[in-house]
Design a protein around this ligand. Structure first.
Ligand code: SF4
Ligand code: SF4
Length: 435
């Protein structure tokens, strides 16, 4: 066992209201500069939707991340560093500005200088890059306006994959928000794909950073990250990415996105993990075992043997205590309600999600009963408004069994708290099968 510490985050998706406060405050803090206009270290995606940059989840198109060889060994999809060097200039696998969006401002002068007229003057969009007037035809969260409509079915790579199971009809539309930052992966393909060795994972807390002096602007990390969370600064010619707000973390402050989150849905903290098991866990060939294997690398910070090994590995005592106080290990391993985003990318992501628990659709339509009533939720957990298949494609490589188990546990929690608040016997309403 080789114990290491990792900063990580769990987000409870039931609480996200899509206000984008996290994105705006992150941008104000870190990317409010020329060269980073289109850069969102934190973004909040509309699901279903195309994501940001759009269609980043279409892994065949972008060839990012890791793949398994026939004998179960991991290799970079881009083909390793030598191939990277040879193909770097010709690589067609970078998202273009169209996949992000051409950033714009508005011609505000027209609002104040327009002559008196019948209609209110408008501020036309103006490109921040060229300064020219522009027609805006797409940008991040454009999908909001489609409200999960059938028009999105083909555009969302996740939905397109399960189009035989989930049919979007207007009365069955669904929508939720998915906030995203860099995953600060345990097995980061951005670092492995950098020909300059400029991307590194800090040994003390696992935060993944770009050394700005060493970066030569190859942009192989943009291709190599399957989550497309490295951005190219067109002014400096260097790569940039979320830093997990390390200057704040180092003085005991939370990340900007966590501190300003309106829904209070971001839990951050240290976890301890067994570094010797990371590659083994990422190389599991049966995708249905990926969740269990990824969970199994985390160590119980209250286990005396783990504490001894952590101290032997030089992890400061107060860091171990921080891991013991952190909710992360419990949410992932004890209560098993947090799930990783796209574990099949095999980078061992360290931002995990509690999936949204939506109401049961048929109950409302057929009986008019409360569709969020825990009894109804337990009985019909596979006919939730947000299809379990969709959540499974996001969080468990398509396996609906663990997602259903998490949703049942969340339903039990809701039931328990309702009964408690109403003075009823809270334990009585939870089926033993939920655990
Ligand atoms: Fe690197 Fe992408 Fe993982 Fe972040 S999400 S650590 S950029 S591979
Ligand atoms: Fe969601 Fe919180 Fe971001 Fe608002 S600030 S969009 S609630 S994650």
């Amino acid at each position: 066992m080789r114990v290491m510490a990792q900063m990580s985050m769990v987000m409870n998706l039931d609480k996200c209201i899509g206000c984008h406060t996290c994105s705006v405050t992150c941008k104000q803090a870190w990317t409010n500069r020329t060269g980073t206009e289109y850069v969102w270290f934190n973004n909040v995606e509309t699901r279903p939707g195309q994501g940001y940059p759009r269609t980043y989840e279409d892994q065949e198109k972008w060839e990012g991340g890791w793949t398994l060889t026939k004998n179960g060994r991991l290799r970079l999809k881009a083909g390793g560093r030598l191939k990277n060097l040879m193909t770097i200039f010709a690589s067609p696998k970078q998202p273009s500005i169209d996949e992000y969006y051409e950033p714009w401002t508005y011609d505000y002068e027209n609002l104040t200088n327009a002559p008196l007229q019948e209609h209110t003057p408008v501020a036309r969009p103006k490109s921040l890059l060229s300064g020219q007037d522009m027609n805006v035809t797409w940008s991040a969260n454009w999908d909001d306006d489609l409200g999960g409509s059938p028009a999105l079915a083909a555009a969302d790579p996740v939905l397109a994959k399960i189009s035989d199971k989930v049919k979007l009809e207007f009365e069955q539309t669904f929508m939720f928000y998915l906030p995203r930052i860099c995953e600060h992966c345990l097995n980061p393909s951005c670092a492995a794909s950098c020909p300059s060795g400029a991307i590194y994972k800090r040994s003390e807390d696992g935060i993944v950073l770009v050394d700005q002096d060493a970066c030569r602007g190859w942009r192989k990390c943009v291709t190599g990250c399957p989550y497309k969370k490295v951005y190219f600064n067109h002014r400096t010619g260097k790569a940039e990415k979320c830093t997990f707000c390390f200057p704040r973390i180092e003085v005991g402050l939370p990340t900007v996105c966590s501190e300003t989150c309106v829904g209070r849905l971001r839990y951050i903290g240290l976890v301890l993990y067994d570094a010797d098991r990371v590659l083994e866990a990422a190389s599991v060939t049966d995708e249905r075992e990926l969740l269990a294997s990824q969970r199994s690398v985390f160590l119980d910070p209250n286990d005396p043997a783990v504490v001894r090994e952590a101290e032997a590995a030089g992890i400061p005592r107060d860091w171990v205590e921080a891991a013991q106080r952190s909710p992360i290990w419990a949410l992932i391993n004890k209560y098993e309600v947090a799930l990783p985003l796209h574990p099949e990318y095999r980078t061992m992501p360290m931002v995990w999600y509690i999936p949204p628990l939506s109401p049961v659709v048929d109950v409302v339509a057929e009986t008019g009963e409360d569709a969020e009533d825990p009894g109804n939720l337990f009985a019909a957990i596979d006919t939730l408004r947000i299809p379990v298949e969709y959540l499974a494609e996001l969080f468990t490589a398509g396996d609906t069994v663990p997602v259903t188990a998490v949703l049942k546990r969340l339903a039990a929690m809701r039931s328990y708290m309702r009964d408690l608040n109403m003075g009823r016997d809270a334990d009585a309403s939870i089926p033993a099968s939920v655990g």
